[in-house]
Design a protein around this ligand. Structure first.
Ligand code: ZN
Length: 303
């Protein structure tokens, strides 16, 4: 399930007037595609969202902080959910993984059409009592434009977000990645206009990755002419933290009575993880064992 070839970098440019992130995510997008058996449009949506979430999560400080992007739309894909931590792990799923649509007017995978009109919700869980939640209406549903709008509207940070996924003819993932470039409040006019000019001149993320499949190449192209200083470099991967034990804890929380009635049916039950598609089976005997645990005071198992 796991692979470690994808890389994310974090950089500054123009004497730290620009903060920048870039990522290659081909392997983690392909891993997600295989886990969920996603159609090309669903793979593109999921890959773009996972790249974006990983870069946004890299801005979090605490070791257990999590960032979730939730997109809800009225299109045939309905939406998606991805969650990333700041150690390079991401997981996610689309609501309808088998959606297929004709290409859009530009001849590309019609991610915006598959998502439709709706909302983007960004949830930053920093282990406080309440997570920080920001929500905006979707701009295009193409995800990069929506994240750019989120930063402008919810966080007042002028940003440019580029995300891309390119498929092979056999519907495996050929390239995936993206960048986030943000201007600091003290950025001067010259830096701003040069950056805007650069961004107008770049080709798509996947075209840049076809030239050279590194996050460095993305930032060197987007920030051409600036003094780029790369500060961190880390591996990123598709990884779900679900486990048999986690699902058992969930079952125990159902309580003794509910578990008794499940066990009484005498059938094996199968629980499914939405984020990675793994499933976990429990026999009636195991349900009985969990029922006995549920009978005990909470302190005994809820550690
Ligand atoms: Zn899972």
């Amino acid at each position: 399930m796991e692979n470690y070839k994808d890389t994310m970098i974090r950089a500054v440019a123009a004497d730290a007037q620009i903060n920048a992130f870039a990522i290659t995510s081909r392997d983690l997008t392909e891993t997600a595609r295989q886990a969920h058996n996603t159609s090309p449009i669903a793979t593109a949506a999921l890959g773009r969202a996972m790249s974006g979430a990983l870069m946004m999560a890299d801005m979090l400080k605490g070791p257990r902080d999590l960032l979730t992007l939730q997109i809800d739309g009225d299109g045939p894909m309905q939406g998606l959910v991805v969650t990333a931590d700041n150690k390079g792990n991401v997981k996610g799923y689309v609501k309808n993984p088998s959606v297929i649509l004709p290409p859009n007017a530009q001849g590309h995978l019609n991610v915006g059409g598959a998502i439709g009109a709706g909302t983007l919700t960004v949830i930053r869980d920093m282990n406080l009592k309440d997570p920080y939640i920001g929500q905006i209406p979707l701009v295009t549903g193409e995800i990069a434009e929506d994240l750019t709008a989120y930063y402008a509207q919810s966080e007042q940070i002028p940003s440019s977000v580029g995300l891309g996924v390119l498929m092979n003819r056999d519907n495996t993932v050929r390239r995936a990645g993206g960048f986030v470039v943000q201007l600091m409040p003290f950025a001067d006019e010259e830096v701003i206009s040069r950056l805007e000019e650069n961004i107008r001149g770049i080709s798509s993320v996947t075209a840049m990755l076809e030239e050279e499949n590194t996050p460095d190449h993305l930032l060197e192209t987007v920030l051409r002419g600036f003094d780029l200083q790369i500060n961190t470099r880390e591996d990123v991967r598709f990884h779900c933290n679900c486990s048999r034990e986690r699902f058992e804890r969930g079952l125990i929380l159902l309580g003794e009575k509910e578990l008794e009635s499940i066990a009484a049916e005498g059938k094996e039950i199968e629980l499914h993880c939405q984020f990675c598609s793994r499933s976990y089976k429990y026999t009636p005997d195991e349900i009985q064992r969990l029922r006995m645990i549920a009978k005990q005071p909470a302190a005994d198992y809820n550690k």
